[in-house]
Ligand binder design. Structure first.
Ligand code: ADP
Ligand code: MG
Length: 609
């Protein structure tokens, strides 16, 4: 029996969270910092020294020797450079532990070896990391000892974003501002902020480390390039939700403990469809924190696997012939006082605000389907999308019977008079309770499904950062909200105007709604008939970033400049090219050294021609 742990005791133990801030900061400083964190007020630089002092004390009490600005360059993984807290030795040869406000707020590093996609020449090397105080600092304990991690954004000397966090924060501002306009139109004068939230389900494979080390292809490319299917794959469906084996259980227990200490609310764990495939899902939180937490989760999965003599594979398709791994990005908009803008209520046909929001989401997804697809474009994902286990590369929306029925009523008669209800689920067994059924079934084949009070974007690859998908989601909806608010604020008769607008949005964007089997060949044909883009590979998708439509969208909200978009496209092409090249070189190496040579060394007869 393993030792018992008290989750409430360890949760957030290594996070400079609200209770740590209260304990370590003077009341006035705490209040100012909270205003920035909660209301988006500008950070008052004069408090930086005091905050830095508080964080340092807290970290050192817990054994920290170093701090690191932690950032997310365009490589898709995280980067860190560690500095110890020690000062220059004093005259008596001793050191003191120091950490200034300047060191907390700003880091300067040589950015020249991070991908910039032509934004800078190599000689223009300076890059800055800037503290993102809305994502809490945390401690990591490992072989290096204890290190204080400070989540930061990363920009070039000229201020261009070189990372995945800066645009995300900007997109969160954009959706906040436009959502508030919509809420005000419906008479809400009290909500102060609208925060996009994400709950990120992470799929992964675990394999024995010794076996991993025998495979150059897994080591260099993250997937097997040669091999044959074993006699048994996933055909018996006996792994999905199967009981968790002891070795994997011990691993999951360690992962949970590590994540809980870091304040990541790991909640759900289960075996997935493919043999050796598993999933972990945390409770949703605001998107920039969710993105950081997902990065921490991926790192924790890898580190913990190693401790258990396992290797965690985050590649989208490590093994041909069985399912690959994705990352479902559950997304919603919630006000600071707890209103979820995607909540339809019991009777959506009467919920005019919800119908307007839904119409705007349909417009956003339809108009920018290419950008959404692009936001999930990593080479590994090309092998998964459309392979009868994950949605195809075609973006469509699944809304469920209840909402589709309401939309049909609106499109045909202009009025929606009822919402179909789920009714009661009768178990037919006297000892089992009957219960209220959901109004809508699930559809696993859809890349973008409405699931009750959130949208689940299922196209993201398992190894990828969820930052770009959320940047796109936030910005495209901000645009649709802005257009709706412009129109409705100018209307004389609001009720009439909103009714007409909802109907128009639904009629114009009905084509993006699809509830059939997204894995089928017929859908590919039908989607083409509807004029929906089918961007099958990274190479097909990347140009979506630099269309006039995309540049106009992102520039109008200050999320990306044209130059930043061009650089991102460049980086993605380059990463694709390098990935394919490494795979090709690995194949040649293995074929030459491990397959042909071994085959020649074994007694055999040559196959007859
Ligand atoms: P499933 O496997 O059925 O898709 P899970 O329970 O594994 O669902 O994961 C659902 C994810 O959605 C969790 O991370 C959960 O916290 C998140 N989630 C639930 N409600 C919301 C919401 N309103 N906004 C964003 N994410 C949400
Ligand atoms: Mg899911």
């Amino acid at each position: 029996m393993s030792e018992r742990i008290d989750v409430t005791e360890i949760f957030g133990k290594n996070v400079f969270n609200d209770s740590a801030m209260r304990e370590k900061l003077p009341k006035s400083v705490y209040k100012k910092l909270k205003q920035t964190i909660e209301d988006g007020a500008e950070l008052d630089p004069s408090i930086a020294d005091v905050v830095a002092h508080g964080i340092k004390d807290w970290a050192i009490e817990r054994g920290a020797t170093h701090y690191s600005h932690w950032f997310q360059p365009m490589t898709g993984v995280t980067a860190e450079k560690h500095d110890s807290f020690i000062s220059a030795p004093t005259s008596d040869g001793r050191v003191i532990m120091e950490f200034s406000g300047k060191e907390l707020i700003k880091g300067e590093s040589d950015a020249s070896s991070f991908p910039s996609g032509g934004l800078r020449s190599t000689f223009e090397a300076r890059g800055y990391t800037t503290w993102d105080c809305t994502s809490p600092a945390f401690l990591r304990e490992d072989n290096l000892g204890v290190t204080l991690y400070i989540p930061t954004a990363f920009c070039s000397y000229r201020g261009e974003a070189l990372d995945k966090k800066t645009p995300l924060l900007k997109s969160m501002e954009a959706i906040n501002e436009q959502s508030l306009r919509i809420l005000r139109l419906f008479g809400n004068t009290t909500s102060k902020r609208v925060v996009p939230c994400a709950g990120v389900e992470q799929e992964y494979f675990l394999i024995d480390k010794a076996k991993y080390l025998q495979r150059k292809d897994l080591i260099y490319t993250g997937r097997t390039l040669f091999g044959a299917m074993p006699p048994k794959g996933q055909e018996m469906d006996d792994h999905y939700f199967g009981s968790i084996r002891p070795r994997i259980g011990a691993f999951m227990k360690d992962v949970n403990e590590e994540l809980w200490k870091l304040g990541v609310s790991a909640k759900t764990q289960h075996n997935e469809v493919a043999p050796a495939q598993h999933e972990l899902a945390p409770i949703y939180t605001q998107t920039n924190v969710a993105v950081d937490h997902n990065q921490m989760t991926m790192e924790t999965l890898k580190r913990t696997a190693s401790k258990h003599n396992l290797t965690c594979l985050l590649h989208e398709k490590p093994f041909a012939g069985v399912n690959g791994s994705g990352k479902h990005n559950n997304w919603s908009l919630t006000t600071n006082d707890g209103i979820n803008l995607f909540n339809p209520g019991e009777t959506p046909h009467e919920n005019i605000q919800f119908l307007l929001v839904l119409g705007c989401v349909m417009k956003a997804v339809d108009r920018h389907a290419d950008l959404l697809r692009e936001s999930t474009a990593v080479p590994g994902n090309d092998l998964r999308l459309g392979a009868a286990e994950a949605p195809p590369a075609i973006i469509s929306m699944f809304l469920g019977e209840q909402l589709e029925d309401v939309i049909d009523q609106l499109c045909s008669t202009g009025e929606a008079t009822h919402s179909p209800q789920g009714g009661t689920f009768k178990t037919g067994v006297a000892s089992l309770p009957d219960f209220a059924k959901d109004a809508t079934d699930r559809n696993r084949t859809s890349p973008f499904a409405f699931t009750g009070n959130k949208f689940e974007f299922r196209m993201v690859g398992s190894s990828d950062s969820v930052s770009s998908p959320n940047v796109v989601l936030n910005t495209i909806l901000a645009e649709a909200f802005r257009e709706a608010a412009d129109e409705l604020e100018a209307a004389e008769d609001f009720d009439m105007a909103v009714h007409n607008l909802i109907k128009r949005l639904m009629v114009e964007h009905r084509r993006i709604v699809f509830s059939g089997n997204g894995y089928s060949e017929e859908w590919v044909v039908e989607a083409e008939r509807r004029g929906l883009p089918n961007l099958k590979s990274v190479v097909d998708a990347v140009d979506s970033l630099v269309t006039d439509k995309a540049v106009k969208l992102f520039e109008s909200f200050g999320v990306y400049t044209k130059a930043e978009l061009e650089s991102r496209a460049e980086i993605e092409y380059e990463a694709y090219k390098k990935t394919v090249n490494i795979e090709a070189k690995t194949m040649l190496d293995m074929a030459g050294k491990q397959i042909i040579r071994r085959w020649c060394a074994t007694p055999h007869s040559w196959p007859s021609p």
